[in-house]
Design a protein around this ligand. Structure first.
Ligand code: HEM
Length: 113
C-alpha cells in the first residue's frame, strides 16, 4: 500500500466516526471520553487530509475543502464550549451543517470545479 492509500483509507474510514463522536459529546456532556477521542479524530482527519493535499500538489478544490473542514472543526469546538457554558449555539449549528455538507459533497466529488 502506498502512502496516498494510507492517507486515503484513514480519511475515508474516519470522517463518519468523527461526526458520531461529536454528537455523542454534545449529548453526553458529563463524560470526557468521547471529547478526547474526538480530538484524536480531528488529528487523524487533518494529518491524512493535509497528507493527500501535499501528494496531490494542492488542487484548489481540495484546498477549499480542507479550509471548510477546519471551519467545521472550529464550529464543533465552539458548540461544545458554548453548551458547557449554557450559551446559545443555533448560529454555530447552522454554520457547521453548511460547512460539513460542502466538505462531504466536495470529498465525494458531487460538487466539483
Ligand atoms: C471534518 C473534517 C473532514 C471531513 C468530514 C472530511 C470528509 C471527507 C470525505 C467524505 C471524503 C471522501 C472520502 C471517500 O472518497 O470515501 C474526503 C476526501 C478528501 N479530503 Fe476530507 N474531510 C475532512 C477534513 C479534511 C481536511 C482537513 C483536509 C485537508 C486539509 C481534507 C482533504 C481531503 C482530500 C484531499 C480528499 C480527496 C481524496 C481523493 O478522493 O483523492 N479533508 N474528505
Amino acid at each position: 500500500m502506498n502512502m496516498f492509500n494510507i492517507f486515503y483509507q484513514s480519511h475515508a474510514g474516519s470522517w463518519a466516526i468523527l461526526i458520531v463522536l461529536f454528537l455523542l459529546s454534545c449529548i453526553f456532556q458529563r463524560q470526557k471520553v468521547t471529547g478526547i477521542l474526538l480530538k484524536i479524530f480531528y488529528l487523524i482527519m487533518l494529518v491524512s487530509g493535509i497528507g493527500m493535499l501535499v501528494m496531490l500538489k494542492f488542487p484548489l478544490m481540495y484546498v477549499i475543502k480542507g479550509l471548510l473542514a477546519i471551519v467545521a472543526i472550529g464550529m464543533m469546538e465552539a458548540i461544545m464550549g458554548r453548551l458547557r457554558r449554557k450559551q446559545p449555539t443555533a448560529v454555530f449549528w447552522v454554520i457547521l451543517v453548511v460547512a460539513l455538507a460542502l466538505v462531504i459533497l466536495l470529498g465525494f466529488k458531487v460538487l466539483q470545479f
